[in-house]
Structure formats: structure tokens, C-alpha cells
Design a protein around this ligand. Structure first.
Ligand code: ADP
Length: 538
């Protein structure tokens, strides 16, 4: 029974913000703030337009909105664009040198929108200022952006966010708006509780981003990173702005260097770089001076670039919430964009290690581990990836309109009607051939050598002795690439382990049969079911 916006609302919307209509959820939020002074907890998919929800009330009511956000660069951008639209706005954070002067201006009612970091508003100067504003000025709204940071169950918990619950005590009669783009049901209720929201209106725009296409691939060996990335982006045609996310700084540097030395100009961004360098990368990307950025996940927080066409993760994210937020930076203009992950078992190990380095209590750690396992399940899934993500967020209100524009698995189903989800294939006999061959060769080798041996190759890469071995040629019936693919699957499954051999000047990886693999070989009744091996030429 929501009443429609009136002419006076539309006038302000047009004159100040340049829009002709409210989006449905925007109006629901705004109406409950300006009419009922009600608290709101709103989950809005990236690009939905959350900033209008907190900017409009201040302009319409000729009052002040305080916006709290952890992302200084995003706040700087917003303040700048508000100023350009003749909306007086300012940012209060510890790096603002004129903080006391600005505070005086605020108390003289010179601003409509005041952005603050959580550290500032929770400090004694900041909370004092807020109380003065509440007492003397028309404070119409306190908006808390990235509200999921308040929850230890979320993917980006920030300790200072916990203190934001105190603000309700200082300003009991001012409506609060908590907004985020990603929050599960648990996180949602945690937000309301921690921020002391009173009878909040919970709204959710839905999480679906219909223009995003999801895709996941296994990584190939380290020296094929370039071909992996080339494969999916057809770099020769290089379409649109691209972010390549890596888990570690080292991998970031490796990939950036590989691309640059292969004629693909790209920038780099990670926490080990100086601030000016990072700013430069950021700016070059936003201004389209470079099309491609290789970065750790630190890059892109608060980037307002609507036309990012590809987000590639070279290495699995730590959980689905982080992943969905990271890919949320793609296609904000509504045009098609691709989200591709290359992953391997090592990624989960690295993420686990990173997890262990942070101090946290046991239940949170367990929770993070479960979230990581779920990420793995998503990547391994043969089913619709969009449904997987949206089910996770508890969003049942979506429709996959066009399967060919949904994800790799849905596309596969169209191309091959016999493609069944979660279909496993019996690879028992082939695995025995492979593992026996590896064992029979009696050394530690790379996959190529094993494959050549099984194929019965007379290549000079095999010794004369190996060419006379009874198992030489025992796997003639499959291609070299096929054997490599099976070996990688067995590596993931655990029957083969990868070992690094370090020489004085270089190191390389070898593969050997694991204890698990030997147990399998010794057990005549053991079966090995694995995912099908795609018939691709490797
Ligand atoms: P986000 O929810 O990701 O923070 P923004 O607030 O940055 O989204 O808005 C995303 C885009 O949508 C912006 O370009 C903004 O101008 C546009 N937008 C927001 N509200 C409306 C509206 N009511 N009508 C038309 N465009 C809008």
C-alpha cells in the first residue's frame, strides 16, 4: 500500500539528481525515512542506486545526512561528484588536515552530506561533533554503508564497526539506514542487532545480476598461466576493461610481467606498492589509459567504473560473499560482463593458511573454513552457477532468462543435451594404467614424460631404458593430453601428489603416486569415480 511519490519529490529528484523516477526499492526506503523516520536495513545489488537513498532525504528535507563508510576513496569520489552537482558535501577522517575548521562549518549548517569514517565517528572528537549536530541541527539520517562489516559472520568484519551500535544512543530519534550489497540472512540479523536498529524495515533488491556470465576452469601448470588467460579472453581481440585478481602479491607480479612481456599492456596493484603508484594505477584504469589491471583484491573497493567487462580470478576467492562482491564490480552499466575463475587445489590451501594467520576465535575460524569449502563446491559444481550463488544468499526471486547468457554449465547443457549435472565417470581402469605406469618408471617426472611413456613414444625425452620397459605404451589408447588431464584430476583427488624439486638455479614440479594412490592400486575392489574429462586438445 505504498503511496506513490508526489510532484514535490519528483521535482527534487529531477532538479538535484537528474533522474525522472525512483527505482521501486529506492522509494520504499526513502519514503519510510522521510515520512515515518523509520530504521531501514537494505540490501541492494551493486548498481541498484543506494546512494540516492541517503542523499535524497537530506536534500528534500533540507537537513543533514551523515554517511559512514570504510572506503575513503569511494567517499572522496562521492564528495567530489556531489560538489559538482552543487550539493554541499564533505569528508571527515583522520587525514583531513582542516578537521576543526570543517567541524565549525558543519555546525554552521554549511553541508547537506557529511561522510565519516567509522574511526572518526567513534572517536571522542567525532562522537562529540555528532551529538552537537543532533542537538543543534536538522540531522535527518545516519546511513551506514557496507553494513556487512559489522558482522563477524560476514566476509569483511571490521572491529570499529562494532562500536557503531553506540550511535543510536546519541541520536535515538534519528532514522538509521544500513546498506550493503551482499549479506546472508545471518549477517542481516546481525546488522540489525549490532547497530541497535529499532523495528527496521528489511528490504532486498534481490541479488541477481542478470548481465554477469559465470565461468570456472581448472588452472593449468604454472608455466601456462599466459595461455590460460589468453584462452578465456582471446587477448588478441581484447574486449573491454578487465581486472585480473590474484591471491598473492607474488602471483600478481608474475602475471603482470607475463602479460606485459607478451604485448598485453597492463597495470598492477597490490598493498606492497607505494600509495602514489597505486593511485596512478587506479587512475589509469578509470580513465581507460590501461585496459587491464592485475591486482590483489584490495583493488576495486570503491572503484566507480561502470564498464568493467571481465573479472578474472586467477586463484579461488576465500568465500562466495567476497567473490560475489568482487565480481560485482563488473558490468555496472548493465551490459554483458564475464566473471571467470581459474582455480586449483593449492588455492584452498593458501586461503586456509591466510586464515590461520589471523587471530580469531574458534567458531569464527570454523565458519570461515566452511565458507571456503562452499567456495570450492561452487567452483567444482556442474550445475547452474547463478542458482548456486543466489541460493546461498537466500534469493529465490530470480529467473534465468537466457541459459546461454548464464554460466558455463548452462551453456554446456545447451550445446550437449546429454550433459548431466554431477555426472561422474568410472575411471578405475585408466587410473590403474596411469598410476602403474608412473610407479613403473621409477622416478619423479613431469606430466609430459609420463604421458609420453604411456603413449609409447620414441621421443628423445625418454631414455632408451624406459622405451624398453614392459609398461611403455600401456596407455596407447588415449592421447597425451588426455593422460595429463587424468593426472591433474588424480592430483586433485589425492592419488597423485605434486612435489617441487629445487636445484641451485631453478626449481620444477614433479608428480608422484601418493600413499592414497598406492592404497588404491593394492585394493583390487577399489573404484575411482571422477568428473568427465573434456575432449579438448591440450
Ligand atoms: P550502488 O548501489 O552500486 O552504490 P549507485 O548509487 O552508484 O549504485 O548508482 C548506480 C547508478 O545508477 C548511478 O549511475 C546512478 O546515477 C544511477 N541511478 C541511481 N538511481 C537512479 C534512478 N532513480 N534513475 C536513474 N538512474 C539512477
Amino acid at each position: 500500500d505504498l503511496e506513490a511519490p508526489q510532484q514535490c519529490h519528483i521535482d527534487v529528484l529531477k532538479k538535484v539528481f537528474g533522474h525522472t523516477t525512483f527505482r521501486p526499492m529506492q522509494w520504499k526506503v526513502i519514503n519510510s525515512i522521510i515520512k515515518d523516520k523509520r530504521d531501514n536495513c537494505a540490501i541492494m545489488a551493486t548498481g541498484y542506486g543506494k546512494s540516492l537513498c541517503y542523499q535524497f532525504p537530506a536534500m528534500y528535507l533540507k537537513g543533514i545526512t551523515v554517511v559512514i563508510s570504510p572506503l575513503i576513496s569511494l567517499m572522496e569520489d562521492q564528495v567530489l561528484s556531489l560538489k559538482m552537482a552543487n550539493i554541499p558535501a564533505t569528508l571527515m577522517c583522520s587525514s583531513n588536515a582542516k578537521i576543526r575548521d570543517t567541524a565549525d562549518e558543519i555546525l554552521d549548517d554549511e553541508y547537506r552530506l557529511i561522510y565519516m569514517t567509522p574511526e572518526f565517528v567513534c572517536g571522542s572528537f567525532g562522537s562529540g561533533l555528532l551529538q552537537k549536530m543532533h542537538k543543534n541541527l536538522n540531522l535527518v539520517l545516519i546511513a551506514i554503508d557496507e553494513a556487512h562489516c559489522v558482522s563477524t559472520w560476514g566476509h569483511d568484519f571490521r572491529a570499529t564497526y562494532r562500536h557503531l551500535g553506540d550511535l543510536k544512543k546519541y541520536c535515538p530519534d534519528v532514522p538509521f539506514l544500513a546498506v550493503t550489497a551482499t549479506a546472508t540472512a545471518v549477517v542481516r540479523s546481525d546488522i540489525a542487532k549490532s547497530l541497535n536498529l529499532r523495528n527496521p524495515q528489511f528490504l532486498c533488491s534481490g541479488f541477481d545480476r542478470p548481465n554477469l556470465f559465470f565461468e570456472a576452469h581448472s588452472k593449468s601448470k604454472s608455466n601456462q598461466i599466459l595461455s590460460d588467460i589468453k584462452k578465456c579472453m582471446h587477448l588478441s581481440k581484447f574486449k573491454g576493461s578487465t581486472i585480473i585478481y590474484c591471491i598473492t602479491k607474488k602471483m600478481t607480479e608474475t602475471i603482470a610481467q607475463l602479460l606485459n612481456s607478451n604485448g598485453v599492456q597492463c597495470g598492477m596493484y597490490h598493498a606492497g606498492m607505494s600509495l602514489p603508484k597505486r593511485k596512478e594505477t587506479h587512475e589509469n584504469f578509470v580513465k581507460d589509459k590501461v585496459k587491464c589491471i592485475v591486482a590483489t583484491v584490495a583493488f576495486g573497493m570503491g572503484i566507480d567504473k561502470p564498464d568493467v567487462r571481465n573479472i578474472i580470478h586467477y586463484g579461488a576467492s576465500k568465500d562466495l560473499e567476497s567473490y560475489y562482491q568482487e565480481v560485482g564490480r563488473a558490468g555496472r552499466d548493465g551490459q554483458p560482463a564475464k566473471c571467470i575463475v581459474f582455480y586449483g587445489r593449492d588455492d584452498f590451501q593458501i586461503q586456509k593458511l591466510l586464515n590461520e594467520q589471523v587471530k580469531m576465535n574458534e567458531s569464527v575460524r570454523k565458519h570461515k573454513e566452511n565458507m571456503l569449502n562452499l567456495m570450492q563446491k561452487y567452483l567444482d559444481s556442474n550445475g547452474c552457477r547463478r542458482s548456486f550463488i543466489l541460493d546461498y544468499f537466500g534469493d529465490s526471486n530470480y529467473q534465468v532468462a537466457d541459459e546461454s547468457a548464464c554460466c558455463d554449465n548452462c551453456l554446456k547443457k545447451i550445446i550437449d543435451p546429454n550433459f548431466e549435472e554431477n555426472r561422474l565417470v568410472d575411471f578405475t581402469e585408466d587410473s590403474r594404467v596411469l598410476l602403474n605406469g608412473m610407479d613403473g618408471m621409477g622416478g619423479k617426472f613431469g606430466l609430459e614424460k609420463y604421458a609420453l611413456f604411456l603413449r609409447g613414444s620414441y621421443s628423445s625425452k625418454l631414455s632408451a631404458q624406459l622405451k624398453q620397459h614392459p609398461l611403455h605404451g600401456s596407455g596407447k589408447y588415449k592421447s597425451e593430453g588426455w593422460w595429463k588431464a587424468l593426472a591433474i584430476q588424480l592430483c586433485n583427488e589425492g592419488s597423485i601428489v605434486k612435489e617441487f624439486v629445487k636445484k641451485s638455479t631453478f626449481s620444477y614440479s614433479t608428480f608422484v603416486v601418493s600413499d592414497k594412490g598406492y592404497r588404491f592400486l593394492n585394493d583390487k575392489n577399489a573404484k575411482l569415480l571422477l568428473e568427465p574429462i573434456p575432449e579438448i586438445k591440450l
